[in-house]
Ligand binder design. Structure first.
Ligand code: FAD
Length: 383
């Protein structure tokens, strides 16, 4: 069970990431225009080279795949440290987001997608949400029909796909019809950028500066060997990915960012101990909750229930803390010369992307009402 102390090796890597952030990333923060989420290419190339030289690349990827094997607890620790810069939003390019969905790749897909992605040579994007089918992801409509000639034909649209404009391939969820071998269900396809019939229609502006895309698929033929995992089984895979995102991708960023804001408030002397104390207490509670769930994930326990609790709690607490710190700094806190306003916009996104706040609460309530989880659950997986 999680004992509240990071393993020594993980703590060492977390400290190294913090030093790297202070030394290499914080000084570059002013290079990021207020409503952009990308640095000039030359800067990015230097940062990536530095991360690799420090051994900070791919640490949370399993050792069997050439990574550092730090697992979910390690992933939380690294990303918490990374969030001490507003440049955390470069994370998809910085080797701190393990491509977990691709762990289901077969041997050929492994060479073509998984390993190059781990090495940082190729990048994917996650295309699940459709208009009217985000919270209710099982309602997606994109059709993927076998053509009887070794291909599936994709027809439909996706929306809010992050990083689609710079990705080399998309992980596309589509509905496959019933077949002799399987019933109708949702299937995941690896679709290379540039495949005829696959088009980025437009990018959508957001308050965080990232610009997710709308995608269109029109008679887009994808070879059957680009099915990732089993036909009809992708919903389970998506749920596994969401559990990871909700514990180890969004919460550590929210918690790390809010912690930095609180530290800035303390060193600037803009708040009293009485004001800082309650914020720090709430942050610590969210942090402990996150690591406890990450520990369960590392122990291969089902964390769907905990994942929703962690995401909702960490985001709410972090938003509240950053909001308070903005207030303590007054007009300076509201402006772009301090990191709070960007963090606020970034964290606000977590109340929507990868499952809204309301949906997390719904999942928690459903788990309790259906008996998947108990109100006094302390350890173990789903009861
Ligand atoms: C910046 C950003 C990046 C994103 N990146 C990706 C990506 O890379 N890939 C991807 O596939 N998707 C992505 N998304 C999409 C995101 O996951 C969905 O928008 C989100 O899950 C909400 O789904 P929806 O759009 O259907 O909203 P809706 O379900 O229409 O939600 C609208 C409102 O209704 C509420 N609501 C809906 N159902 C219920 C209910 N049963 N009970 C109570 N309230 C409810 C919601 O909480 C919300 O407040 C991204 C979104 C954003 C904003």
């Amino acid at each position: 069970m999680w004992n509240g102390v990071l393993p020594e090796k993980t703590q060492t890597w977390k400290d190294r990431m913090r030093s790297f952030v202070e030394r290499e990333l914080v000084p570059r923060e002013s290079l990021l225009p207020p409503f952009a989420s990308r640095l000039p290419f030359a800067e990015l190339r230097d940062i990536v080279a530095g991360l690799r030289a420090e051994g900070l690349w791919g640490l949370a990827v399993p050792q069997a795949l050439g990574g550092g094997g730090l697992g979910f607890v390690g992933l939380c620790a690294l990303r918490e440290a990374l969030a001490h810069t507003t440049l955390w939003s470069l994370a998809p390019l910085l080797g701190t987001e393990p491509p977990i969905l691709l762990y289901d790749c077969n041997a050929e897909q492994r060479e073509r997608y998984l390993l190059p992605t781990i090495r940082g040579e190729r990048q994917g994007c996650f295309a699940l949400t459709e208009r009217g089918a985000g919270s209710d992801a099982a309602a997606i409509q994109l059709r993927a029909d076998p053509d009887g000639d070794g291909h599936y034909v994709l027809n439909g649209a996706k929306i809010f796909t992050s990083h689609a404009d710079e990705a080399d391939y998309a992980l596309v969820f589509g509905v496959t019809p019933a077949h002799a071998d399987h019933s109708a269900g949702i299937t995941l396809f690896l679709v290379d950028h540039g495949t005829p019939g696959f088009e980025i229609v437009r990018q959508l502006d957001t308050m965080g500066g990232d610009r997710p895309s709308e995608l269109r698929f029109e008679n887009c033929r994808v070879p059957a060997d680009r099915v990732l995992g089993e036909v009809g089984n992708a919903f389970t895979m998506a749920q596994r990915w969401f559990a990871c995102d909700r514990v180890a991708l969004q919460p550590p960023i929210a918690i790390g960012a809010a912690t930095r804001c609180l530290m800035l408030a303390r060193s600037a002397g803009v708040a009293s101990d009485r004001e800082i104390g309650p914020m720090s207490l709430q942050l610590d509670a969210a942090r402990e909750m996150m690591y406890a769930a990450a520990w369960k994930a590392d122990a291969d326990l089902d964390i769907r229930h905990e994942a929703s609790m962690v995401k909702a709690t960490a985001t709410t607490v972090a938003l509240h803390v950053v909001d308070r710190v903005i207030q303590w700094f007054g007009p300076d806190g509201y402006g772009p010369n301090l990191p709070m306003e960007r963090y606020y916009r970034d964290i606000r996104r977590f109340t929507i992307a990868a499952g809204t706040h309301e949906i997390q609460q719904f999942v928690v309530a459903r788990g309790l009402l259906k008996g998947y989880a108990a109100l006094d659950c302390v350890e173990g997986g789903v009861r």
